[in-house]
Design a protein around this ligand. Structure first.
Ligand SMILES: Cc1cc2nc3c(=O)[nH]c(=O)nc-3n(C[C@H](O)[C@H](O)[C@H](O)COP(=O)(O)OP(=O)(O)OC[C@H]3O[C@@H](n4cnc5c(N)ncnc54)[C@H](O)[C@@H]3O)c2cc1C
Length: 295
């Protein structure tokens, strides 16, 4: 029977607690930064100020002893925190964990190669995990006890300013997306892509080179591993080769339609429909046909 320490921000906490409870621990202690309604044996509300990751590392390092397993959500911040603590304490750390079970220690499945494969690993306890929490249903309920913890860690890194990003679009909510890649020859040609998108009631998206390298579209429109993950009903991929770093971003789309001059392009393997052709010929024809049907 294990003692588990779960550490999380407020949003991910109910799912993290569900993951921890699925292991049937003898004791589950949660550390978070705000009040929360989760069925833990003890909820510790840590007042960290603007201590950032550095303070989380120091706090968890102090609290960690005596627990068999420490679990955190697989977010950018907690992955950094977990790695730093594991290194200081010299205990195993497994990231991107999809599921975990007990078996003389623990056995976990974790994603590798941007989700292309899964590996199964076994380790002795104590250990630290950061988990992908999508498969878990949030669990709510009264904690048995609540404790407030003032933690002043005097961080070396200080927060100077936080600025909200002025996002022009939220692609995660789009039902139809017209996405463009390096098959597009110049920025001005975005006009026909926008015209097609407008006729379809779609949002315009792109691959990373279009936003990050060419700066033809803002960063928030790039789909993929380092961009936005979308799940539209239709994803129209124009002049996009289909590299894995892009594909992971639209994996949950219901229907994928690709237009590419190269029949062997990897996008053909992940598309429901593929038009082998020049987007400069196909897009005007699509526009013409949609206009004809609308009139
Ligand atoms: C760490 C890392 C993270 C990354 N993260 C991301 C990410 O989040 N998102 C992302 O998108 N990329 C990402 N990338 C880049 C990724 O690896 C690819 O380089 C990128 O997705 C390719 O973009 P593309 O398909 O537009 O260009 P290309 O690979 O150059 O493909 C262009 C395609 O257009 C076709 N084409 C050319 N002309 C026409 C035409 N006239 N009509 C029709 N088709 C035409 C070609 O046949 C080709 O298939 C990442 C890379 C790294 C290393």
């Amino acid at each position: 029977m294990m003692r588990i320490l779960a550490i999380s921000d407020k949003i991910n906490l109910p799912r993290l607690v569900a993951a921890a409870k699925s292991l049937n621990p003898k004791e589950l202690v949660v550390i978070t930064s705000a009040e929360a309604n989760v069925p833990a044996d003890k909820l510790i509300i840590a007042k960290l100020g603007d201590g950032l990751n550095e303070c989380w590392v120091k706090l968890v390092e102090e609290q960690l002893d005596g627990y068999d397993l420490t679990m955190m959500p697989s977010t950018r911040n907690f992955k950094e925190i977990a790695a730093r603590i594991a290194a200081r304490k010299e205990i195993p750390y497994l990231s991107e964990v999809l599921d975990v079970r007990l078996e003389e220690g623990i056995v976990v499945s974790r994603m590798i190669f941007s989700g292309r494969g899964i590996e199964v690993l076994k380790t002795q306890l104590p250990a630290i995990l950061t988990l992908n929490l999508d498969p878990y249903e949030p669990l709510e309920g009264q904690p048995s006890s609540v404790e407030e913890l003032e933690f002043n860690c005097s961080p070396q890194v200080k927060l100077l300013e936080r600025r909200e990003k002025e996002a022009e679009v939220d692609l995660t909510k789009a039902e139809v997306i017209v996405s463009v890649g390096r098959g597009l020859k110049k920025k001005e040609d975005l006009d026909i892509i926008r015209e097609l998108a407008s006729l379809l009631g779609a949002e315009v998206a792109c691959t990373r080179p279009i936003s990050a390298d060419f700066k033809w579209l803002p960063e928030e429109r790039h789909v993929g591993m380092t961009g936005v993950r979308v799940k539209p009903k239709v994803y129209l991929a124009l002049g996009i080769s289909g590299q894995i770093q892009h594909v992971v971003g639209f994996r949950d789309a219901e229907t994928v339609v690709a237009v590419n001059i190269d029949p062997e392009a990897p996008i053909s393997e992940v598309s429901d429909y593929m038009i082998v052709g020049d987007l400069y010929e196909v897009v005007p024809k699509l526009i013409e046909e949609i206009k004809r049907r609308k009139s």
